[in-house]
Design a protein around this ligand. Structure first.
Ligand SMILES: Nc1ncnc2c1ncn2[C@@H]1O[C@H](COP(=O)(O)OP(=O)(O)OP(=O)(O)O)[C@@H](O)[C@H]1O
Length: 390
């Protein structure tokens, strides 16, 4: 609801007076920015600036609405958001659709957010992070694949653990994971005995075998889908989903110093990852591919092309950012805030990713731990059925 801007004749509560004062300060600053940046257009004989017609106060932001002179271009407005953010020292969003909307957010993006504060949501969704607008979630049934990039120690593995914990807590009976932990199994080996974890591969050879099993499963699934005339798992009664997580995908990239045998094995891994990205989504497989070094060699083309969610933490160069999210920006993320990420879909947003410690993850998932004998039994069943989904 818009509040037509009226300065009250009698200022009641002090808080209100302070609110108005600071709003006035904001308005004045915005007006000065318009003048200094010549945001406006010629009308008749004079240069006309946008005119404030309404303000809308919300819990988290103030929205200023301007009538703009005819002929104001989007190009003129492009730098305004950045300048206002620096001037007001607040997150600002500028949109222009007949009216010019300037939203000034009251809060900064928090520097740390705990996993436990993420709201519960139904569906195949996970919390990606919080920003001044609230929580942002991702729906893996709408966008099945994702890449996560970022220099060492900025939050990739913690993000994977968030995703894994949230999905297990919300779909304990319907989710399965195959984790290719190319950090020698150090990060995910400890979760091997969870009921939902089918396999944790900790070397390229193990990854090759694990991906081989996914390939067989995909072929069986394809046949089943053809037989039933299905085209996408979301339109079937199949409840289960298989998540393939690759932590440090660069380790699966062939290198010229390798033997031919090693190169062939990794080429096969790359090929299967490409197939999962290309056709696995429709069949119920979701791929999450993480890498420290996003280059055209380490991030397989098919994976990048089919991953419509791209998350990046800080990266060293604009070039790496371009490879990771097709845009600059990751090189400018703060160097002192781990967990600060850019989420790129059809739009680009900044979030603070939730933090979960190993201890908390272990505690939350302890109930799903199964004994070694059961694990062997589960493995045997898995090998027989080759990841059996009904
Ligand atoms: N979302 C977060 N919020 C706050 N701190 C975080 C967050 N994510 C990571 N950190 C901090 O950064 C450290 C490194 O995070 P993480 O292990 O996820 O890095 P990484 O990017 O996977 O690094 P590497 O590639 O070397 O494994 C964590 O131990 C934690 O202290």
């Amino acid at each position: 609801m818009f509040d037509i801007l009226l300065i009250p004749a009698i200022s009641g509560a002090v808080a209100l007076a302070i609110g108005i004062k600071s709003r006035n300060k904001e308005e004045m600053a915005i007006r000065k920015v318009f003048r200094n940046m010549k945001v406006g257009a010629m009308e008749g004989k004079g240069f006309v600036f946008p005119k404030l017609v309404a303000t809308e106060k919300k819990a988290d932001r103030t929205r200023y609405v301007y009538r703009v002179p005819l002929g104001l271009t989007k190009k003129t407005l492009e730098p305004v958001e950045e300048v206002l953010e620096a001037t007001l020292d607040r997150p600002v969003e500028v949109t222009f659709k007949k009216w010019l909307y300037i939203e000034v957010f009251h809060n900064e993006i928090p520097k740390k957010v705990s996993y436990s504060s993420a709201p519960t949501k139904n569906g195949w969704v996970v919390p990606l992070g919080l920003n001044e607008r609230g929580w942002h979630f991702h729906d893996f049934d709408k966008t099945p694949h994702c890449t996560i990039s970022g220099t060492t120690r900025f939050g990739k593995t913690v993000m994977l653990k968030n995703i894994m914990t949230y999905l297990i807590e919300h779909h304990p009976d319907d989710i399965e994971f195959i984790v290719l932990d190319m950090k020698g199994g150090l990060e995910f080996g400890k979760y091997k005995n969870l009921k939902q974890v089918v396999d944790v591969a900790s070397s390229p050879v193990e990854a090759f075998h694990a991906l081989g099993r996914v390939k067989v499963f995909m072929e069986q699934r394809e046949a089943l889908f053809k037989q039933n005339g299905w085209s996408n798992v979301v339109n079937t009664s199949i409840q289960k989903r298989l998540f393939v997580i690759v932590d440090e995908g660069a380790q699966l990239a062939p290198d010229r110093f390798m033997t031919k045998e090693q190169k062939d094995m990794l080429a096969a891994c790359q090929h299967t990852l490409g197939e999962i990205a290309r056709i696995g989504g429709a069949l119920g497989i979701r791929l999450i591919f993480c890498t420290q070094y996003p280059t055209s060699d380490t991030l397989p083309r098919q994976v990048k092309q089919n991953a419509d969610l791209k998350i990046t933490f800080r990266l060293p160069t604009g070039y790496a950012s371009q490879v990771a999210i097709d845009d600059y920006g990751a090189e400018e993320l703060p160097s002192d805030i781990p967990g600060r990420a850019i989420v790129k879909t059809h739009e680009k947003i900044l979030v603070q990713a939730p933090f979960i410690s190993d201890d908390e993850m272990m505690k939350r998932l302890e109930v799903h731990r199964i004994e070694k004998v059961e694990r062997r039994e589960a493995d045997r069943k898995t090998a027989e059925d080759t990841i059996h989904f009904e």
